[in-house]
Design a protein around this ligand. Structure first.
Ligand SMILES: [Zn+2]
Length: 165
């Protein structure tokens, strides 16, 4: 390896770590157990997640609308669970809903589980990551074609991974 190659490699590595810190991937993704699920004690989630991520993913909180930089994200890539790094959505199904939350009309196959939620009197369908159970948002029936669904996701619960190249 020549000196120039070595310097290029160092520069690439430096760039890589800077990019990772922007997407605040604090700790490496937790390893799934034998059942394919990521199950951690509450104290461990508190350590791994930022307070804002914890509030949404483990506390079923809702971020302030318009607060996520992912609202404006238009690059090709995948949206991963900030809890366990499972890819949940593709840029191909993202659309501008005008709600102030990143919105998708479909999730990747098998990525989400759902449950009924009666917090706001009217029942809503809550959805969560199929691997770590982290809460992500609610799904509504007023989305665009072809599915008619609107997955209204908290941006802080997602990590965007741009498509390489
Ligand atoms: Zn997850």
């Amino acid at each position: 390896m020549t000196r120039r190659h070595w310097m290029n490699l160092l520069a690439t590595l430096g760039l890589g770590s800077a990019a990772a810190s922007v997407t605040h991937a604090a700790a490496p993704a937790p390893a799934p157990g034998p059942n394919g699920k990521v199950e951690l004690p509450d104290a461990e989630w508190r350590k791994r997640l930022t307070p804002a991520q914890y509030d949404v993913l483990r506390g079923h909180g809702t971020e302030r609308p318009g607060s996520s930089p992912l609202n404006a994200e238009k690059r090709p890539g995948l949206y991963h669970c900030a809890g366990c790094d499972l890819p949940l959505f593709s840029h191909e199904t993202k659309f501008e809903s005008g709600t102030g939350w990143p919105s998708f009309y479909a999730a990747l196959p098998g990525a989400l589980g759902t449950s009924r939620d009666f917090k706001l009197i009217l029942p809503r369908t809550e959805y969560h990551c199929a691997r770590c159970g982290g809460h992500h948002g609610h799904v509504f029936d007023d989305g665009p074609r072809p599915t008619g669904k609107r997955y209204c996701n908290n941006g802080v619960a997602l990590r965007f991974a741009p498509q390489p190249g």
